[in-house]
Write a protein that binds this ligand. Structure first.
Ligand SMILES: Cc1ncc(COP(=O)(O)O)c(C=O)c1O
Length: 550
């Protein structure tokens, strides 16, 4: 048979509302054309973000019921940290401890629980446990990715400001996410995105690559050039985003991660991962990079995480959960050494982990839950294991490619190929035949028109959201003027994707009539796309008027 074998099915159904174009127009006006403010309950398909929008599995829903809502050291705290150790540090399924099963099976053996869960000591990795976590805190549950970034950036900013008053720093990445850029700018530093733009929008003959070309890789040459030009003392951290969301969700190869880590070692700069989509990235490595084809997702994850000095994580993506996040750094590693203060005899004067913990407690709650409910912690732990399931990942990534190929075959110009791991991106410069300038924010016009006509919401991640007009000439070169069709995890069928393909095809054929947008309030606000007010204006009004006269 020439059809794939089904690998999952749903037990829960939600009906889609019937909404008219006129009703959507009223809602767009009432919400000042801010797509984040458009009511989700009036949409046919919502592809704004894959973040926290996952349809959880039955195993996760059952784990949710086992949530322990105690204020201090709830069971989920131990389970979550050890889930991370299982997947990110233990070298694959064969070494998993899976202490979540002690909770699932309602273990009553206190001696066993003390030995395997409550009083376990861990040190030296990304997740200290027991006394080591109290003495040298290095892993922090924080309810979502941007909050983890904000905690990290605030502490780094304070330390640097004290050591080098008035100095401006640069933080490079293969592609910072918009909130990461926002957090870096708010700490007074400059974010830079060093990826291979020259290959990003290349389209292969027939629309298909034989192997994924890892377009999300860091441009290592540019990275080293930046460090040597600016001076190593001006680059306090290097980021790597896996997969590279801003760069069209493209995968990052293990080779690139290894090379980035080597540069970090050479210049003694901590390497921080942004790992919202760690599992999808491991999938791409398994399927496309030599030497990884026989390794499991967890085995690949362990190698991947061995290269970082710390990470920020939104667990709302590859945690297969609706809420969650994490901040961690390697015990006594480079980040700890660079940002802690030491006495002359080498003893610790101020531990950076303690500063991070103070910030965590004052903003999000104590370290046992960090802003998450006990049930969310349990659902996330179960979800992290679900994300290691090859069949699930294979189904998911192939859905993205199906949508991308659907656009390509429909003749829509600008679709980024191959598809990312969590969605499909269209280059708006190509879509509009290079006819719309950066000041038109036509990509945002496209997004809003897709809502108005067809009830489909996507997210603009280009000139408007990435603040093209507010950037330096070098930073402008690093903007990808794209919109993203994010695919929610475990939620959509082929039917949904076919509807989207048909809608975008129709819109493409009428692209001349997609309006441009102007910002009428909030132009200079940080992360303006979350709150600015917009207004549409017609494309080429002069020509249109002339035509009307004829
Ligand atoms: C790469 C990346 N980093 C960070 C974030 C921020 O995470 P959160 O939405 O959990 O705050 C996101 C998503 O929103 C993301 O895609």
């Amino acid at each position: 048979m020439n059809v794939p074998t089904p690998r999952s099915f749903s037990y829960v159904k939600r009906n889609v509302p019937e909404v008219t174009v006129e009703q959507r127009e009223r809602a767009l006006k009432a919400t000042h054309y801010n797509e984040f403010a458009f009511p989700a309950g009036m949409l046919t398909i919502d592809m704004l973000s894959d973040s926290g929008t996952t349809a959880m599995t039955d195993v996760q829903w059952s784990a949710l019921f086992l949530g322990d809502e105690s204020y201090g050291r709830n069971k989920g705290y131990y389970v979550l940290l050890d889930t991370f150790r299982d997947i990110f540090e233990r070298g694959g399924e064969k070494n998993w401890k899976k202490i979540i099963d002690l909770v699932r099976t309602d273990c009553k053996d206190i001696e066993k629980l003390m030995k395997e869960m409550y009083l376990c000591e861990y040190s030296g990795g990304l997740f200290n446990g027991g006394d080591a976590q109290l003495e040298r805190p290095n892993s922090f549950i924080i309810q979502q990715g941007r909050a983890a970034e904000a905690v990290l950036m605030e502490i780094v900013k304070n330390i640097l400001a004290k050591r080098y008053p008035g100095k401006v720093f640069t933080i490079p990445s293969n592609g910072h996410f918009d909130t990461t850029e926002g957090n870096i700018k708010q700490m007074g530093s400059i974010p830079r995105n060093l990826f291979h733009k020259e290959i990003l929008f290349e389209v292969p003959e027939g629309g298909k690559y034989e192997k994924n070309p890892f377009k999300g890789d860091m441009d290592i040459k540019k990275l080293e050039q930046l460090i040597t030009t600016l001076g190593v003392e001006n680059v306090p951290l290097i980021f790597t985003t896996l997969t590279n969301n801003t760069v069209c969700g493209q995968a990052v190869s293990m080779k690139s991660i290894r090379e980035t880590a080597k540069i970090c070692e050479k210049y003694d700069i901590p390497l921080i991962f942004d790992v919202a989509r760690w599992a999808e990235n491991c999938y791409f490595i398994k399927m496309n990079e030599e030497g990884y084809e026989n390794k499991s997702i967890a085995e690949i994850a362990t190698e991947m995480f061995s290269y970082c000095d710390g990470f920020c994580m939104s667990a709302k993506k590859d945690g297969h959960a609706n809420m969650g996040g994490m901040l961690a750094f390697r015990d006594k590693g480079r980040f700890w050494r660079k940002f802690s203060e030491f006495n002359e005899d080498g003893s610790v004067k101020t531990d950076v982990g303690v500063l991070l913990k103070v910030k965590q407690i004052s903003c999000y709650g104590n370290d046992s839950y960090g802003g998450m409910s006990g049930r969310d912690i349990m659902a996330l732990s179960a979800g992290l294991y679900e994300s290691c399931n090859f069949n699930y990942l294979d189904e998911r990534v192939k859905q993205c490619e199906y949508l991308a190929q659907g656009f390509y075959k429909a003749g829509i110009k600008g679709v980024v190929l191959p598809a990312g791991g969590h969605g499909v991106y269209i280059n708006m410069d190509t879509f509009f035949d290079g006819k719309r300038g950066h000041e038109t924010f036509a990509g945002e016009g496209f997004s809003l028109e897709l809502i108005r006509r067809y009830g489909i919401r996507v997210s603009e991640l280009g000139d408007y959201s990435m603040e093209y007009d507010l950037k330096t000439p070098e930073q402008k070169e690093e903007v990808c003027n794209v919109v993203r069709f994010a695919i929610n995890r475990s939620m959509y069928s082929k039917e949904h994707l076919d509807y989207v393909i048909a809608a975008v095809k129709a819109l493409y054929e009428d692209r001349e009539n997609i309006p441009n947008m102007k910002i009428i309030w909030g132009h200079n606000l940080p992360m303006r796309h979350f709150h600015a007010f917009l207004e549409p204006y017609p494309n080429k009004p002069e020509e249109k008027k002339d035509e009307d006269k004829k």
